[in-house]
Design a protein around this ligand. Structure first.
Ligand code: 13P
Ligand code: SF4
Length: 302
């Protein structure tokens, strides 16, 4: 059954001249049929550079939307349009307009985990891979409104020794890991280094040996001489970690760190979207044009 689905995907991919982009958290069998698997920054770059006619985006909505903004002449499909990101929904244009009124001289740095409307109101975007460098590129005395992840924002504050105006959003999946649980996992695997995603709570980040985006976590795990590593991010990343590092053992910092939205991507749905050429991710042109500017600024700077 799965083999038939994979064969169908293969012939549809050729027939449609499609590229399948997959986030590091997607289910393992979906990662395995991807043309490219990566973090948000890498996937945005691939989406901007592809010469395929169709992009099948196996991630969550804001990622597919970013691909559609960067490649307006391509057809961007999502296996399941219900795959949203709760953190992206925690910032609304009305609230951001209020912040802008309250801090008229501040610049707005927006994490890509946000809607196109929010990006359209921003000065520059960032991902977890480049947030420190992007914020650091602003003059020291400039006020920065950092939207919408307060944990990534607090991490940037700590790295740069500089205060930001933090939006109160967060990722429910990364919030699930608590300090007691991380310490318990550490006790079970003494000596194993801990690497976490910057969407984790500040006390988790303070306890970790390293912090990085999903692809930075993959790189750290590839390069470290440690043979056992504790990983504090969405558990979908374990598939790639185990596949790429057969001699190493990976322990999730918490087994309950799963993102239900990422798990909506399935092989069947990838086949169906290529058959039906729907659902297509589309945006109104004016919003897309305004949102493209801060995304392109980010890509130029990183
Ligand atoms: P990365 O940019 O590190 O891949 O993270 C995206 C994300 O949604 C993390 O929860
Ligand atoms: Fe959004 Fe968190 Fe899922 Fe990432 S893991 S897509 S931030 S809900």
């Amino acid at each position: 059954m799965a083999e038939n689905i994979k064969e169908n995907i293969q012939s549809l991919r050729t027939h449609r001249n499609a590229v399948i982009l997959v986030h590091n958290y997607a289910p393992g069998d979906v990662q395995d049929i991807g043309d490219f698997v990566g973090d948000s920054l890498e996937l945005a770059r691939k989406a901007a550079a592809t010469d395929a006619d169709v992009i099948v985006f196996c991630g969550v909505h804001f990622m597919a939307e970013t691909a559609a903004i960067l490649s307006p002449d391509k057809t961007v499909l999502m296996p399941d349009r219900e795959a949203g990101c709760p953190m992206a929904n925690m910032a609304t244009p009305r609230e951001l307009a209020e912040y802008r009124r309250k801090y008229p001289d501040a610049s707005v740095v927006t994490y890509v985990n946000s809607s196109a409307e929010i990006k359209a109101m921003s000065d520059i975007c960032c991902t977890s891979a480049n947030a420190v460098d992007i914020v650091g590129s602003f003059p020291e005395n400039r006020d920065i409104i950092f939207v919408p992840d307060r944990n990534l924002g607090a991490y940037v504050e700590q790295r740069l020794g500089r205060k930001l105006i933090l939006w109160p959003g967060y990722c429910p999946t990364h919030h699930r890991i608590l300090l007691e649980q991380l310490r318990e996992t550490r006790e079970q695997h003494p000596g194993a280094p801990v690497i976490v995603h910057p969407e984790c709570r500040p006390e988790i980040i303070a306890e970790a040996d390293a912090v990085g985006s999903t692809s930075q976590i993959l790189r750290y795990c590839r390069e470290t001489t440690a043979s056992e590593i504790i990983v504090g991010t969405e558990i979908g990343i374990l598939h790639r970690l185990e596949k790429e590092n057969p001699g190493k053992t990976f322990y999730p910092a918490s087994p309950i760190m799963d993102c239900p939205n990422m798990k909506l991507n399935t092989l069947e749905k990838v086949m169906w979207v290529l058959e039906d050429m729907a659902p297509v991710i589309s945006l109104d042109e004016e919003t897309a044009e305004k949102a493209r500017i801060p995304i392109e600024r980010m890509l130029e700077q990183s």
